[in-house]
Write a protein of this length. Structure first.
Lengths: 255, 299
């Protein structure tokens, strides 16, 4: 049964969860990807393995943390190890199926910027940088990008490529020696994929109660738009209950 | 052989201009007491490295102790950004060699193994690499795989002069245990010329010998052991104490401006004689006791 009452944040978390298949290995940062991963694990993907870059496998937190450095999110982990163990011997080894990434900006080819805004040669503001994001973008089999739907965040080309998507499209990513690549961009208005040939962003579905005009007018570029664009599958009542009662009861991730 | 030293003695062993690897990750197991003492002793022109930029590095950068930072990006998690580091990068006073977490970890690993270079898939195609080719061209190169003929990015090993590591348990020889995830600490220790261990708890070597599989830092690499409770405050030490959210918020707000940070520095670093006076300044045991970790949760 589909839910009537849900937020766009919850819809994005559910859409993220639906990208994960049972038995896969997922590398996540903090925030919405944590909700998506735990939701998948409690519903259709009980054998999902969840990794945090600093050396954590399958935690079962009971309190919400402020970030990966917070011991609250390590609670009841099965493994506590290191970057070389997680990002090296699992991710770089090619065993991570899905990586969830967000950022300041993404673009028409799924490149992500978490480093700086402004002109790198002139005046600019420095933000967070890569952390494990570049590593995940370079080595995960599939990358799912989750980002707010705003023109300043969805640009034709990001001002700084922290984490490569398809670079400038066509065979550019492959030519750079990189496997995989982004498969989905989930925003609070729509879900996008990538054209198999050009690797340009392509609209896949529009969220309920959102129009095509809403989607396109709040983007900094024109994505590929097929003739027929379906409506995004809404969350189920059970998915919303799990998010609100078990996964994020303090509503910290949900903001 | 006992390597027990005071914090002041251990810090005094570091010359200006040294390359120091720091054990912090964002707001956990940061070398905060160490950083405060480095600032008080006026040590400068440091190169600081760590996989994820943390509060220890931000404090040192803000105080002008650091010329170059080798890191993979970083923040104070939800509390905010590394404002001092970012300001240094934006104004050009700090040379930032910015990688990804795994690239820095691989550079330490290559150093630890004594390899001449290490190939990595990360960074390729990115502006992170483009910037490194400008800022630190001596540390990145492309080579051909002799077996397959494929092109690979390779990184130069990192061999810090000293790794400073905040741990939960150590003996007086420096054999040390780290509880919880170790992020880059083991590779930092093994890549570095020597190690300064700062421990919350000092135990007899007999305790280490009973559980030697827990030993992450072998005593033979260690030059100084400093036994100093709450030395990571206001950051957390898993199974010992939680982060001090109130204090980190104060820090994040103060570091938004140069003036705000100078006032913070005066109050908590330069205006106190040593770590013990710092602990009194923040409110002593009355303030610290609620931060002590729950033995089941670890925080």
């Amino acid at each position: 049964m589909y839910a009537e009452d849900y937020t766009f944040f919850e819809l994005m978390a559910v859409a993220g969860a639906r990208e994960l298949k049972d038995g896969e290995i997922v590398a996540v940062g903090i925030g919405l990807p944590v909700v998506a991963s735990f939701l998948a694990k409690r519903t259709h993907a009980p054998h999902l393995t969840i990794l945090f870059e600093l050396g954590i496998v399958d935690p079962e937190p009971i309190h919400t943390g402020v970030g990966l450095a917070d011991p609250r999110v390590w609670y009841r982990a099965k493994v506590m190890s290191s970057f070389v163990d997680m990002l090296g011997m699992v991710l770089h080894r090619g065993l991570v199926d899905v990586g969830f990434l967000g950022g300041l900006e993404t673009d028409a080819y799924g490149n992500l910027n978490t480093t700086l805004l402004g002109d790198p040669k002139g005046k600019f503001t420095h933000f967070v940088g890569s952390g494990g994001a570049n590593d995940i973008a370079s080595s995960a089999k599939r990358v799912v990008i989750i980002i707010r739907h705003e023109a300043r965040k969805l640009k034709e080309a990001v001002s700084f490529v922290t984490s490569p998507g398809y670079l400038r499209g066509n065979g550019a990513r492959q030519a750079a020696g990189l496997p995989g690549g982004p498969v989905r961009v989930i925003t609070d208005k729509a879900i996008f994929g990538f054209d198999p040939q050009s690797k340009r962003l392509r609209l896949e579905s529009i969220h309920p109660r959102v129009t095509l005009e809403d989607v396109l007018s709040s983007m900094g570029f024109q994505p590929l738009v097929p003739d027929q664009v379906p409506v995004t599958e809404p969350p189920t009542v059970e998915q919303i209950r799990l998010i609100r009662e078990e996964i994020d009861p303090e509503r910290i991730y949900a903001g | 052989m006992s390597k027990l030293a005071t914090l002041a003695e251990a810090v005094a062993s570091i010359p200006s201009g040294a390359h120091v690897a720091l054990s912090g990750f964002a707001i956990t197991r940061c070398n905060m007491a160490f950083a405060r003492e480095v600032i008080r002793q006026g040590i400068r022109h440091l190169t600081v490295s760590q996989c994820v930029g943390a509060m220890d590095a931000d404090l040192l950068v803000g105080a002008g102790a650091v010329d170059r930072m080798i890191y993979g990006g970083g923040s104070l998690d939800r509390f905010g950004r590394l404002n001092n580091v970012n300001r240094g990068i934006e104004s050009g006073t700090l040379i930032a060699e910015e990688y990804s977490s795994l690239s820095v970890a691989f550079r330490y690993l290559a150093g630890a193994l004594g390899l001449p270079f290490i190939p990595i898939r990360s960074l390729r195609g990115s502006d992170v690499l483009a910037r490194l080719q400008q800022i630190a061209p001596e540390n990145v190169a492309m080579v051909q795989d002799p077996f397959t003929g494929e092109e690979w990015l390779v990184l130069r090993p990192l061999v810090p002069d000293v790794a400073v590591v905040q741990v939960q348990v150590a003996d007086e020889e420096g054999n040390a245990w780290i509880y919880g995830p170790r992020w880059d600490n083991e590779e930092q220790v093994k890549a570095s010329q020597r190690v300064i261990v700062i421990t919350e708890q000092l135990v007899p070597t007999e305790i280490i010998r009973r559980d030697p599989e827990r030993t992450v830092i072998p005593g033979f690499k260690v030059s100084h052991v400093v036994h100093l409770p709450f030395s990571a405050h206001p950051t957390s030490v898993y199974r010992v104490y939680d982060y001090d959210a109130e204090h980190i918020r104060e820090y994040a707000a103060a570091t938004r401006t140069v003036e705000g940070f100078q006032a913070y520095l005066e109050k908590y670093v330069l205006g106190v004689q040593d770590h013990w006076e710092y602990l009194e300044r923040i409110g002593g045991m009355k303030h610290l006791t609620p931060l002590l970790a729950d033995p089941i949760l670890g925080y």
